[in-house]
Structures are given as C-alpha cells and as structure tokens.
Design a protein. Structure first.
Lengths: 295, 82
C-alpha cells in the first residue's frame, strides 16, 4: 500500500527534488538540535556555521562552467526552491547549489566527527594523529555517501556531467575523490586544532578553537582544491575520468596544483613576510598567539 | 550502553532503511528504477551498516574501559555553554 501511495506521488523530477529539499532541511534542523543538546553552543557553531561555509565554497566549485578554460562543470542542481538568496523564484541567487545541499554539509561533518570521536575514545592512542583523524573522517564520509549518491543520482537530485565516467551505480569516481578530500581536510584540521593546538574544553578554549578554524578556512579551501585537482589530473592520465577524450591543451591547468606543492617553502616565507607588515585583527589575536606559543 | 537513545544510530539506520526502501519500491520503474544496475544495488546499504557496526563496537569498547569512562564523565562537565 505504501508502495502504491509513493508510486502515485512520483510525478516528475521537480516533485522528487522538492521531497529531498525539504526532507534535508528538516533533517538539518534535527541534527542542529541534537548537536546543541549534546555538544553545546560553541561546538555547534563550529560544525554548523564554519563547517557549512567551508562546504558552501567547495560545493560551488562543482557547477562552475568556464568552457574556454576547460571547466565544463561536474554536476548541476537547478530545480530547487530555496537558494542563497533566492526563495521560490524571488531574490538574487548567489549560489548555484540549493540551501538544502549546503546545510547537508553540516550533517555530514557531524556524522564524520562523531565517528572519529567514537574510534578515538575506544583507541585513545590515535587521538592526536592528525592524518589518521582526517582519513577516518573521510572514510566515514564514504560509508555514508556510497549509499546516498546512487539514489540521489538516479532520482536526479543532482545531475552529473554526462562525460564523467560513472563507476559506482551511475556515480562518477570524481564524486568520491571530492568527498574524500573535502571531509578529510576538514577532519585533519579539526584534530590538529582540538587535540594539539588547543586541547582544552573551557569556553575560552572553545573561542580560540573557533578563531583558529576561521583562520584555517582559506588554507583548507586551497589544500582541498590542490588535492582534488591533482587527483583529477592523475585520473585523466590514467583514463578513468572522462568517457570522451579531454583536450590535452587544457591540462596545462593541472600544472598549477603541482606548482602549488613545490612552492610550499615559498608560501611559508611569504606568510612570514606578510605577518610582519599586516597586523592581525584584534579578535583573531588569541588564535595567532596559540600558533606562536606552539612554535 | 544505551544504544536506544543514541540519535546517530537511529539516524544512520533510518536513513539507510529509507534509501534502501526507495531503491526497492522504484526497482522496476523505467524512470527512477535501479533494475538496470541489477540486484547488486542492495550492496550499497552495507556501507552505512558498517558505519553503525564500527560505531557500536567502539562505544562498547569505550564503555568497558573504566579509566576512559571516568575521564569522559569529568571532561563532559566542562561544556559550560550547554
């Protein structure tokens, strides 16, 4: 009976997309309340605001299209009702990804964080391992998405670029590469800040952790982009990225991540030079002091 | 351990059940169905189950360690903003 009701409801892509949109927003509200009740306000702020902003920027890289430069977009989510800042067709859309997807990132980070915390409590020796923490959280993200994305792809909650090579029930490999680095980088930075730089649990410590997380946002975006683009470069060379051949001339762009890796020492020198000349904003100073004390 | 009250376990189990339910209900549908992937699509539900199994195992292991349980009760009191 439930099956026949559901079958009668599946009108079109718009209806199924709407179901996902409002379901995901409701789910986000449940997760927010759960986080507030069990972890308190500061942790919730970190996961549900800073985490969401981190995901928001990365997610917008997906639909980006600049054909002249070789960017054709990875996926699209055009048929939803609530975007930033467009509601039911009114307003100005500044993000090509719906609000429900952005909010979903907070849920993902909370799920992955709880997974890592459960493992770190059972095996306390791994608690301070930054890379391992990142890998555990990234694997948690995979465990979640290996189930979700085949359904989302088939129901057209998001539509993939036809040229991307599907490897997992219609989902391209690029999706899982992007998930791994997005969650992994966030996880590694989380462990670094919360277990090594400021391991305390007082309100003062939590404020410092928030400031450090804000400071880390830009390097996290850069790091994630570098790793994802490098993986894309390797996958294209191996022939497991696109169904149709990709013009070799555009692959010049993938030299950038490689240049990024090799220029890390230059970047460190540049940051030191910058620190001497540009004063940090007052509200960020406690966080900068933590890093300096560490040195 | 009070697993019945653990929201995350409920979240993972129910969301996986919902995804799997959708796959089964729409299995033969020409527009949304999964028949052309074959019955192997059900395998996708194993991954969140694996998540739950690891999570539950770690929680049980954690609860059996008296030192960690004691530490946990002390540190969780430090959350002043709750």
């Amino acid at each position: 009976m439930i099956g026949s009701i559901l079958q009668s409801l599946r009108y079109d892509e718009m209806f199924i997309g709407l179901f996902w949109e409002f379901f995901n927003i409701s789910l986000w509200a449940c997760m927010l309340i759960y986080s507030l009740k069990t972890r308190g306000g500061w942790d919730t702020l970190k996961i549900f605001l800073i985490g969401m902003i981190y995901g928001l920027v990365l997610e917008n890289g997906g639909p980006m299209q600049i054909p002249e430069l070789g960017f054709y977009g990875y996926f699209w989510e055009d048929m939803y009702q609530i975007y930033l800042f467009e509601f039911f067709g009114f307003g100005i859309r500044i993000s090509s990804v719906p609000l429900a997807t952005h909010l979903g990132w907070s849920n993902v980070f909370l799920v992955c964080l709880l997974f890592w915390e459960a493992i770190a409590k059972a095996f306390p020796k791994i608690r301070k391992k930054i890379v391992l923490g990142g890998i555990i959280m990234a694997l948690s993200g995979w465990l979640l998405d290996l189930n979700l994305d085949p359904l989302a792809t088939r129901f057209k909650w998001w539509v993939w670029n036809d040229n991307l090579l599907p490897v997992w029930f219609g989902v391209p490999l690029m999706n899982y590469v992007a998930w791994f680095w997005a969650v992994g980088v966030f996880g590694a930075v989380w462990v670094w800040i919360h277990e090594i730089l400021v391991p305390g649990r007082t309100n003062e410590d939590k404020k410092k952790q928030i400031k450090l997380l804000i400071l880390a946002l830009f390097p996290m975006w850069i790091t994630d982009t570098v790793y994802v683009m490098t993986c894309r470069f390797i996958m294209e060379l191996a022939g497991i990225m696109y169904i149709t051949p990709y013009p070799i001339v555009w692959q010049i762009w993938y030299l950038l991540p490689i240049a990024g890796f090799t220029s890390i020492p230059l970047y460190v020198v540049y940051v030191k030079w910058l620190k001497k000349r540009i004063p940090w904003p007052k509200w960020l100073l406690p966080a900068v002091e933590v890093i300096n004390e560490r040195k | 351990m009070q697993f019945k009250k653990d929201f995350m376990i409920w979240y993972m189990v129910l969301s996986t059940a919902m995804n799997l339910g959708n796959m089964v209900i729409f299995y033969n549908d020409p527009t949304w169905g999964f028949a052309h992937f074959g019955i192997g699509i059900i395998l996708t539900a194993l991954f969140p189950v694996l998540w739950v199994l690891i999570y539950v195992y770690c929680k049980i292991k954690d609860s059996k360690n008296p030192e960690i349980a004691e530490q946990k009760s002390k540190t969780e009191k430090g959350d002043e903003l709750k």
